[in-house]
Design a protein around this ligand. Structure first.
Ligand code: IPD
Ligand code: CA
Ligand code: CA
Length: 257
């Protein structure tokens, strides 16, 4: 099943690469946009994934809220394009994120960055992979680490705490980064390229697949209060390797406003 899902995701990634006539509309405001490709990729994925697992429900960013009509409690969680602002400007830092959850737990995750041709995959209990090769988080602690910052542009009331945290993480690490795609950032931690990612509000489609990939790569995935990530509502997100986790969690406890 993973292979069939991977092929469906790859085809849609190639569609992103060849995109012509990208039309952008505002959803919630000028910072919250959707393109004709977000809708097209989601519709295509829904159709293709339905063929693979007809009984599963769907949760997708672009208005896909069909409850699981199924008997086994499985649900696909899809972000057709994570990093839409980047995509709409030809900034080449976007991906597709697809997770499969069963009885409230992610069991399979795929994140595909078509620009780098990087396919991240994980199945629960079987490890995490990049283009078929096993990946592991790094063993660098925070002091020797690079921290990925998510700015949650759609909830600006969180900006003060977000940027206080960024300042603190900057002081305690080597440097910070901001890509514009949460799923790519999470996979960067999983692949051992960076050590910490945080964002104070994301939705399950942003992190469901990436969080399993990070955990299967030996990392920690939780919300910023130290609890499990929700698969039904928005949540803060902290992804780290094991070595940086305690220091990162302490900073999140200290910088509360
Ligand atoms: C967004 C990206 C961005 C993050 C936002 C997300 P979208 O997803 O992941 O990096 O900062 O919070 O909503 O809207 O491009 O799918
Ligand atoms: Ca997203
Ligand atoms: Ca999206």
């Amino acid at each position: 099943m993973l292979n069939k899902m991977v092929e469906a995701v790859r085809e849609e990634g190639l569609r992103m690469l060849k995109a012509k006539e990208i039309r952008t509309e505002e959803k919630g405001g000028p910072e919250d946009v959707v393109t004709n490709y977000d809708r097209m990729v989601q519709e295509n994925l829904e159709r293709k994934l339905r063929e693979i697992l007809p009984q599963a429900g769907f949760l997708g960013e672009e208005g896909l809220r069909a409850p699981a009509q199924d008997h086994d409690g499985s649900c696909f969680i899809i972000d057709p394009i994570d990093g839409t602002m980047n995509f709409s400007r030809g900034y080449g830092r976007s991906c597709i994120s697809v997770a499969l959850a069963k009885e409230g737990r992610v069991v399979l995750g795929i994140v595909y960055d078509p620009y780098q041709d990087e396919m991240f995959t994980a199945e629960r209990g079987k490890g995490a992979f990049l283009n078929g090769r096993p990946i592991r988080v790094s063993d660098r602690g925070l002091r020797k680490g690079v921290v990925m910052v998510g700015t949650m542009p759609y909830a600006r009331e969180l900006a003060d705490r977000t940027f206080r945290l960024a300042r603190r993480f900057f002081d305690e690490s080597l440097d910070i980064r901001r890509s514009g795609s949460a799923a790519i950032d999470i996979c960067a931690v999983a692949a051992g390229r960076t050590e910490v990612f945080y964002e104070l509000k994301l939705w399950p489609w942003d992190y469901a697949a990436g969080s399993l990939i990070a955990q299967e790569a030996g990392g920690v995935a939780m919300n910023c209060e130290g609890s499990d990530l929700s698969l039904t509502e928005a949540s803060s997100v902290l992804i780290t390797n094991a070595a940086a986790w305690e220091d990162a969690a302490a900073i999140l406890r200290e910088v509360t406003k």
